[in-house]
Design a protein around this ligand. Structure first.
Ligand SMILES: Nc1ncnc2c1ncn2[C@@H]1O[C@H](COP(=O)(O)OP(=O)(O)O)[C@@H](O)[C@H]1O
Ligand SMILES: [Mg+2]
Length: 503
């Protein structure tokens, strides 16, 4: 087989002329390829074929190292492409040296071609390791130069025959390698461009992800903002309703005083008239006396009714006026746990007085780590009392419909949470339907029968906690299961200037 190849190459050499047509074709094949791998493959094949080489290598430089990027053999269909084998590497494993490193270094250094017709006999490399060991015959090594810059090196060998690389063939290799130089540069640029577009794509993806994350954060913030805004709107609404309520109460207070006073006077006057009728009974006949006394009785009863209901109206007006207490109460360092315990006690006994059969289980969880805080004790205890009364009323109502298997329970809890005091008043009573839970802080909203509730308790509580103490108040409930009122009060150590000035 080697013999056959030698003959073929020798024959070809004899008949050889510079065939421009096939050079042009080969050159076109090379320049038409942009993918580096394909380009190197075609280049290697074309050069080996056109130069009459037996083996060929194409080396490219990377960080001042020469790497074998293409390797071909006339007998072998398969080429080794883009393995980036450093020539030094093959140097170390000396039994596996593939080509002459001194020749590569010489060409790289001088940027000139070397043609050896019988490498082990002529030229300056006869004594070098590779040549001594492998005794190659013909060697052609030529630089690939583009715009004066060394781009790569082509190394060709023919170990079967001397004088394989005739001047014409050297010329062909030079022409092909110069067109290869441009193509290699282009395909390297193309690779860079692909790399760049891939990193760009990655960057875009990364940025998109970042933007999406930011967006999500913004949405969360927006939702929080909306919730806060709604809370502020609700607070403002309640505050203005409170002010309106107080205003109305103020207007009603005076005429109501007249009604109450004159009703009282009317009662006194009817008593006086009774006495006078008694004094004059000799001058009047019995029938007239009875008639007058009948009328007086009615007048007195009516006046008493007016007085009684007037008193009730007065209480309501008094409650309404709590929305606009002229002077804020005096703040005092107070132990919230004690204040709450007192309120529980007071409310429980109040309920027992009204209804001796009233029963409730009371659970208390007081956090002993709560420091004293500056509050207006009578205002806060008002809030507690109303809440506990509401709870007692709700469990009482529920026990009317579920007399068995129901333990009315009130649970009061306090906790120190990050410089704030959290107070929770929980009952297992009839609960609040979700359709009305938004209204419970409105003044006059009540579900209790006339005379039992004014609907002012929670609206005044809201005023006291939010406006008066810069705290928060929330209600949560499930119908027929529970109601929970949560109050959050800031822990205040020093009596604030404004409050002390106001006093
Ligand atoms: N613990 C509770 N359980 C059930 N409903 C409650 C509770 N607390 C408040 N409510 C509801 O809120 C309404 C308003 O309460 P409030 O402002 O204290 O006024 P009032 O007690 O005079 O009705 C009550 O009528 C009731 O419908
Ligand atoms: Mg109430």
């Amino acid at each position: 087989m080697p013999n056959k190849l030698t003959t073929k190459i020798t024959e070809k050499r004899l008949t050889e002329e510079l065939d421009f047509n096939s050079i042009l074709k080969a050159s076109q094949v090379i320049s038409g390829e942009i993918i580096l791998k394909n380009l190197l493959e075609k280049l290697m094949r074309t050069i080996i074929e056109n130069a009459g080489a037996q083996r060929g290598f194409l080396l490219l430089e990377n960080n001042s190292n020469w790497l074998i990027e293409a390797e071909g053999n006339i007998e072998d269909e398969n080429l080794t492409i883009l393995q980036s084998i450093p020539i030094n590497h093959s140097d170390q494993i000396s039994h596996n040296i593939k080509l002459s490193i001194p020749i590569i270094n010489y060409v790289a250094h001088t940027q000139e071609s070397i043609v050896l017709n019988d490498a082990s006999q002529e030229g300056k490399f006869t004594q070098t390791t590779y040549i001594v060991k492998n005794k190659p015959k013909s060697i052609l090594c030529t630089p690939i130069i583009n715009q004066g810059k060394l781009n790569g090196i082509i190394y060709l060998e023919n170990n079967l025959t001397t004088d394989a690389f005739t001047p014409q063939r050297v010329e062909i290799v030079k022409i092909l390698s110069s067109s290869a130089a441009v193509s290699i540069e282009n395909s390297r640029l193309y690779e860079q461009l692909e790399d760049y577009s891939k990193t760009l794509e990655k960057k875009v993806q990364l940025r998109t992800q970042e933007l999406q994350d930011k967006n999500q954060q913004l949405n969360v913030t927006l939702a929080k903002l909306k919730a806060t805004q709604n809370q502020i709107i609700a607070q403002e609404k309640l505050a203005s309703l409170g002010a309106l309520t107080a205003g109305i109460a103020h207007e009603i207070k005076n005429p109501l005083n007249f009604v109450n006073n004159f009703a009282e006077i009317c009662i006194e006057l009817t008593d006086e008239l009774y006495e006078e009728v008694d004094n004059q009974k000799d001058k009047l006949d019995q029938e007239t006396i009875e008639y007058i006394e009948e009328i007086l009785k009615d007048i007195k009863q009516n006046s008493q009714k007016i007085h009684e209901h007037g008193q009730r109206a007065d209480k309501i007006v008094h409650g309404m006026l709590m929305h606009s207490k002229g002077k804020p109460g005096q703040r005092k360092r107070t132990n919230i746990n004690n204040l709450l315990a007192e309120s529980v006690n007071l409310a429980y006994h109040g309920m027992r007085v009204q209804d001796p059969s009233f029963k409730i289980k009371i659970e208390t969880n007081y956090d002993s780590n709560i420091p004293e805080t500056n509050i207006v004790p009578q205002d806060i205890s008002r809030v507690f009392l109303n809440a506990i009364n509401n709870a007692c009323y709700a469990v009482n109502e529920k026990s009317k419909s579920y007399p068995e298997n129901f333990t009315p329970t009130l649970t009061v809890t306090t906790a120190n949470k990050n410089e704030e005091i959290e107070i929770v008043i929980h009952d297992n009573g009839k609960g609040i339907p979700h359709t009305v839970i938004d209204k419970v802080f409105n003044p006059f909203f009540t579900t209790k029968p006339t005379g039992q509730g004014t609907g002012l308790g929670l609206s005044i509580s809201h005023d006291i906690i939010v406006q008066g103490h810069q705290g928060q108040i929330f209600i949560d409930s499930k119908e027929n299961e529970y109601t929970e009122l949560k109050i959050i009060l800031p822990i205040v150590n020093i009596i604030s200037k404004t409050t002390s000035n106001n006093n």
